[in-house]
Design a protein around this ligand. Structure first.
Ligand code: TXE
Length: 477
């Protein structure tokens, strides 16, 4: 793949860095240009020039562009899903599924262009009415991570465009290929010059320039980077939305349907190689069911097939990059030092190619105050914490420096509802994995997992628009 930047309707060539497949470190995937501050500023200027035209762009025509982009993503789902699988390491099925999700997101926002409301109030002043309208926030910088290289750029870009903003997208340098194809698709769908721009570059240089020069920044990534984004944005008073990490708890109660509980824990913890901000990293189990649940979970995790992302029977692909792989192994070593018992995995796996394969890892006898239960591993690693009852389970679940997703397996409506009310997380999952989300409803966590409003669904309008309140004296009493 030959990557290019896309600024003001022009493709900018250059080949400065190369990506390699985590399934096969000897396989080149793409060559990309590395933009600097000047390119970021050029893209921001193009987006600002294009803003007035896009704000008043015909509604139907704007909706049509988003719909055509969705159609193209669907039509090219196999191709994009394959590139995603090669560059990021997700299985082919997961890569195609993510691309189809991105297509659905564009279709949703194509409709949202037409549905987006205002509000009309009667006034306390005779002969007056009040119109509350929602205007585009302006030039939006979208800064995205490597773990969902098509879905996250899609849901930030589609929402921003739908509500009348222009966009500069900066994807992660680890996996920029899908963002290049998204730019190609938007260009072919008829997006006007400057309305959507793509700049591949480093977070420190391009990211900082974009945050400083945009009206709003929507960011997904690590919590520490998120704090830096917030600090940078404070200086320029750029509006900020952050989607950050998680250390998500999944509770299993004595009365749980054990088959369901085991499957939900397994899918939540290890699919997509555990590299999901909503993945289950802490499995909290009440003591009467603990041993039976753990026996079954160990048997389940042992059945996962780890391998090359493109092999049809692979269920867990490689870890996305060397740094992440090394961190995962350090995490396991730390767990052992802290006294956790390794029930499965924890070691590299041999496969047919030289890739970053790690066995899905299950740790037992962990305590919530261990470092491994405080910090996001962002890998195929989960720890079990034994508790006495529902009360303790909820206390442990909420005793956490993150607040993104949380889940419970129980057949008691009362326990489920108590947990739903008392969970401190932004997402609550009952008898279903902590990860795996619909695109038409709000997504996001509470600080420090999320900041500045929700993404996806119509709720994203809150971030991507500014309110204007207009008082109108029409004189009719
Ligand atoms: O994320 P980063 P990375 C976590 C996960 C992972 C760690 C690092 O634990 O190990 O973060 O992953 C850009 N100003 N998550 O390196 O560094 C950067 O170029 C502006 C959790 O991918 O947060 C990239 O485009 N931008 C997470 C994006 O920010 C900056 C998803 C994310 O980079 C910047 C991914 C700066 N100063 C990683 N520095 C989740 N929970 O979903 C970097 N960037």
């Amino acid at each position: 793949m030959k990557g290019r930047n896309y600024i003001d309707g022009r493709w900018i060539e250059g080949a400065v860095f190369t990506t390699y497949s985590p399934s096969d470190l000897d396989e080149k995937v793409g060559e990309y240009p590395l933009a600097g501050q000047a390119a970021a500023e050029e893209a921001l200027a193009a987006a600002r020039r294009a803003l007035p035209g896009w704000k008043r762009f015909n509604m139907q025509a704007r909706s049509d562009i988003l719909r055509r982009a969705g159609d193209a993503l669907l039509a090219r789902a196999d191709e994009i899903g394959r590139l995603l699988a090669r560059e990021e390491g997700k299985t082919l099925k997961e890569g195609i599924g993510e691309t189809v999700r991105a297509a659905h997101v564009f279709h949703f926002y194509s409709g949202e262009v037409l549905r987006h409301p205002g509000q009309w109030f009667n006034s306390m002043r005779d002969g007056h009415n009040i119109l509350v309208s929602y205007e585009p926030v302006g030039v939006v910088a979208a800064i995205t991570p490597w773990n969902f290289p098509i879905a996250i750029p899609a849901w930030k870009t589609a929402a921003a465009l739908a509500y009348g903003n222009t966009v500069v997208l900066k994807p992660s340098n680890n996996v920029p290929g899908c963002a290049v194809l998204l730019a190609e698709i938007l260009a072919q769908a008829g997006i006007p010059e400057g309305v959507f721009n793509l700049v591949i570059g480093s977070g420190g240089t391009v990211g900082t320039a974009l945050i400083t020069g945009a009206d709003a920044v929507t960011f997904t990534g690590g919590t520490e980077t998120g704090r830096k984004v917030l600090q940078t944005a404070a200086l320029s008073m750029t509006k900020v939305q952050l989607e950050l990490g998680g250390k998500n708890p999944f509770i299993v109660l004595d009365d749980a349907d054990l088959d369901l509980a085991v499957e939900a824990a397994a899918q939540g913890s290890w699919l997509q190689t555990g590299q999901r901000c909503t993945g289950s990293e802490r499995i909290i189990v009440t003591e009467r069911v603990h041993d039976a649940f753990v026996d079954r979970l160990v048997a389940r995790v042992a059945r996962f097939k780890v391998g090359h992302a493109l092999d049809p029977d692979t269920e867990i692909g490689p870890v996305a990059n060397q740094m992440q792989f090394d961190q995962n192994l350090e995490f396991v070593a730390l767990a052992k030092l802290e006294g956790a018992e390794l029930a499965f995995g924890g070691t590299p796996v041999e496969a047919r190619t030289r890739g970053l394969y790690l066995a899905p890892t299950l740790l037992l006898n962990t305590r919530n105050d261990m470092a491994i239960n405080r910090h996001e591993s962002f890998g195929p690693i989960a720890g079990v914490i034994k508790v006495a009852d529902l009360e303790e389970a909820i206390a442990v679940a909420n005793d956490c420096d993150y607040a993104l997703s949380s889940g419970i397996a129980t057949t008691s409506l009362r326990s489920a509802e108590k947990f739903r009310r008392e969970s401190g997380a932004g997402l609550v999952m009952i008898n279903t994995p902590t990860a795996g989300l619909d695109y038409h409803v709000p997504f996001g966590g509470r600080p420090p997992s999320g900041y500045g409003g929700r993404e996806t669904g119509a709720a994203s309008a809150e971030f991507f628009t500014e309110i204007k309140t207009s008082y109108i004296n029409h004189g009719v009493v």
